[in-house]
Design a protein around this ligand. Structure first.
Ligand code: UD1
Length: 421
């Protein structure tokens, strides 16, 4: 697909400051939410320049929502939403385009999109999304690879209990509920900060939502939503990524534009490994790493506020060079260890058995020819390569570009030897 590669010569200490961009996983549902507003413009600030965000803008354009970039902001106007179908090509480009289902259905009473299918993290089912929307009165047919959804009498509020606190399902329910008749209650809702950001945004548009951040969310449907101005929350996974880059390479780094409270599972764990980390000012985190880190005993991925699955590969890159053995347990996604075979090429000592990976730290990683297997796995290889001896060449970096704005420029600005070719 792409021929660009990242070429990294490891062993350079990192020193300097990186400003972290807005959260991809917030920007995408916010752009979907913008399709719900019948009047005025939405101005979404701190909207990261990422290929996934571009794909979301193309979906909006396709369904008749005006969407343009203005610096780091995206401006939308959805008064003339006309089409209710997301074409296969756009669905394929971005697996998380399923988040358009709730908004388009809620706004128009209809939505047709192709089944998202699997992705690089293994099967990503949408049964919880579909069951919840059915409870709200949607009629959903799954045929010929398409989901055909209608709500002839409009959506109505419902009492929904999720079997698992799915981020995407919680978002779709909120998006569908804000214009539905009556009250929707979501039990066992996801508590990720991106859910709270979506609720904040929708409230500014006139929606009535409460309880976000907790496990019961209540939405009182309203007749109409209008545009608003909103700033996307900082990307906690990008922040975690740069912390892990510093941990692999050694050195001192200041991250600005972050919300340290969203890194509550990450920072204490890295501190126990021997990283000096403290927060200062309104939105900054400092990390200093000297000498070899100590491996933590166990890392279990869990729904927020537990350790994020999106940071599993990244922390594994750090543990791969630490002193001691770490047991990783991946509880969220099947098949989220595809980066392991690449780390093995670097001389790491890792064994995977189902959802468990045992990582025995080695003294030195060595640069190698690597393939980015998925977004966070690719970022993890980048971090590992920064601390490895010699040159690493990472291909398939379109995965990395889905979630990181100018990753090589930012890392180069703090002293890393990294270029794109
Ligand atoms: C979101 C994030 C993703 C992150 C993940 C976990 C976006 C666009 N994506 O993904 O980056 O890695 O949260 O924080 O924000 N499940 C079902 N049925 C469903 C829905 C989910 O069984 O209908 C299962 C999944 O297979 C998975 C688990 O629930 O095992 C978590 O999925 P979910 O929280 O929905 O993640 P996503 O919203 O897909």
């Amino acid at each position: 697909m792409d021929t660009q590669k990242l070429i990294i010569t490891g062993g350079k200490r990192i020193e300097g400051e990186i400003k972290v961009h807005g959260a991809k996983n917030s920007a995408l549902p916010l752009l979907s939410a913008a399709a719900l507003t019948a009047e005025g413009e939405c101005v979404i600030h701190n909207c990261p320049r990422l290929t996934d965000v571009d794909a979301a803008c193309r979906i909006l354009n396709h369904i008749g929502v005006k969407c343009r970039r203005d610096g780091s902001s995206v401006v939308t106007g959805a008064d003339s939403l006309t089409c209710c179908e997301v074409p296969v090509s756009l669905m394929r480009e971005m697996r998380s385009s399923i988040v358009f289902l709730g908004a388009v259905l809620g706004r128009t009473g209809k939505c047709r999109l192709s089944f998202p299918g699997g992705c690089e993290l293994g099967p990503r089912p949408i049964d919880l999304h579909i069951a919840a929307l059915r409870e709200m009165g949607a009629q959903i047919k799954e045929e010929h690879g398409y989901l055909d959804c209608t709500a002839p009498e409009g959506l109505k509020g419902a009492d929904i209990s999720l079997a698992f606190p799915s981020v995407g399902a919680t978002e779709n329910i909120i998006l569908a509920a804000v214009l539905a008749k009556g009250v929707t209650t979501v039990h066992n809702a996801a508590r990720e900060p991106e859910i709270a950001d979506l609720a904040d945004f929708l409230r500014k548009c006139g929606a009535k939502i409460s309880g976000e951040g907790g496990d019961v969310i209540t939405v009182q449907g309203v007749d109409k939503l209008h545009g608003c101005e909103h700033t996307v929350i900082p990307d906690r996974i990008a922040a975690a990524t740069y912390l892990c880059c510093a941990a692999c390479a050694g050195g001192e780094l200041v991250l600005s534009g972050v919300n340290a409270a969203h890194l509550g599972a990450m920072i204490p764990l890295m501190q126990t490994m021997g990283c000096r980390i403290y927060t200062f000012g309104r939105d900054s985190v400092y990390i200093s790493v000297r000498g070899r880190l100590k491996a933590p005993l166990t890392v279990r991925t869990m729904p927020y506020p537990g350790f994020p699955t999106d940071a599993q590969a990244l922390l594994m890159a750090v543990c791969a060079g630490a002193e001691g053995t770490t047991v990783f347990v991946e509880n969220i996604f099947e098949n989220r260890y595809r980066h392991v075979s690449e780390l093995l090429r670097m001389g790491c000592c890792i064994k995977v058995e189902g959802k468990v990976a045992v990582v025995q730290g080695v003294k030195r990683l060595s640069g190698a020819e690597l393939v980015a297997t998925d977004l966070r796995g690719g970022a993890a290889l980048t971090a590992a390569a920064l601390g490895a001896e010699g040159v690493s060449v990472i291909s398939e970096i379109h995965h990395i570009d889905r979630g990181y704005e100018n990753i090589e420029l930012l890392l180069r600005s703090v002293g890393a030897d990294i270029k794109r070719k």
